[in-house]
Design a protein around this ligand. Structure first.
Ligand code: ZN
Length: 325
């Protein structure tokens, strides 16, 4: 399919390069990934051209959520966003951007979000999971009350938030001890991110901000497979689940999924079945994944052609209000 739009596509800056090892691991060609992460130009465009990707929405990896100092995070976020805006300005018809936000301080995050959307023309924001602040071994999730003004600003600007994975903090990683392969992209990322997403719902966030949209990668971080069971068990035994509507209603009204790094026919069928084709968007997770794997799978996987156009392009145009047909 020509004209695809890809949503979870990463870049980095020289000074943050080595922090990306946590996402890549040691088994892949790290020097090639480094080269690709640093490029917002020819290398990336050639890959997009080869595989029918018209537009990529880029985001900074590894984000700034690990920085313990709020001021340092605000400076780094601003620097990453300015670099991205500069890269986009050289190819405005091929690249768009998500804002990196210093969530250590909700007020600073609102200011940077607003600057990125209003002045730099970014299409939304991305956070690399929970944030840390001052204390390394403590995770702050965005369902807690201090972030309500942030969500009000998001809804006010009418932009979605991409909730990107990261590994669990040390204090919550006991289940992975002795099995380092479990903690990151193969399994732990999905556990960490799906719990965060369900916390957002359970906090009543979407009753307060019913128009707010959140994007999950990797075909929903395992959530579609368990949507029926979530509703079933919370219906039988709420155990403190405070909402009147079932989880699945919020998932289908406030969440979008992307195909980043999950190129499985069966997982896609499940995601379409539970969420609907209008809530799924094509992505690669470049350069941590290979564009050829994502695109050749997507172009060939069995589905109605109208769904392929929706998932490959039309849903993104609608969600991000892109000036494309
Ligand atoms: Zn990613």
């Amino acid at each position: 399919m020509q004209g695809k739009i890809a949503i979870e596509e990463h870049f980095t800056l020289e000074e943050s390069l080595n922090e990306n090892v946590q996402f890549v691991g040691q088994s892949v060609n790290w020097s090639d990934v480094q080269r690709r992460l640093l490029d917002i130009g020819d290398l990336r465009l050639a890959e997009m051209d080869r595989h029918g990707i018209e537009l990529a929405i880029l985001s900074f990896m590894p984000g700034v959520q690990e920085m313990l100092d709020a001021q340092e995070a605000a400076t780094a976020a601003r620097q990453a966003n300015d670099a991205l805006a500069e890269g986009i300005s050289r190819h405005p018809d091929r690249f768009a951007g998500f804002a990196t936000l210093p969530m250590q301080d909700a007020e600073a995050a609102i200011i940077e979000l607003s600057r990125c959307v209003k002045e730099l023309g970014f299409k939304g924001a991305i956070v690399n999971g929970y944030t840390q602040r001052q204390v390394a071994d403590f995770a702050i999730y965005y369902d807690v009350p201090e972030y309500r003004p942030f969500w009000a600003a998001m809804q006010g600007l009418d932009v979605p938030l991409y909730l990107h994975p990261r590994t669990a903090i040390q204090a919550r990683a006991q289940a992975y001890e002795g099995h380092p392969w479990l903690i990151s992209a193969a399994w732990g990322f999905a556990v960490e991110t799906s719990v965060h997403a369900l916390r957002l719902i359970g906090s009543g966030l979407f009753d307060e901000f019913p128009g707010q949209q959140v994007i999950l990668g990797h075909l929903g971080e395992r959530i579609p497979y368990d949507m029926w069971r979530l509703d079933h068990r919370l219906g039988k035994s709420p155990r403190g689940y405070p909402l009147e509507k079932p989880m699945s209603e919020y998932l289908r009204a406030n969440f979008h999924l992307t195909t980043s790094g999950n190129f499985s026919d069966n997982a896609l069928r499940c995601a379409i079945g539970e969420m609907g084709a209008e809530r799924i968007m094509f992505s690669v997770d470049y350069p941590l994944e290979d564009t050829v794997d994502a695109a050749s799978w997507f172009d060939g996987t069995e589905m109605a052609e109208e769904d392929r156009i929706r998932i490959g392009r039309a849903n993104a145009i609608q969600l991000f209000k892109l000036d494309l047909n």
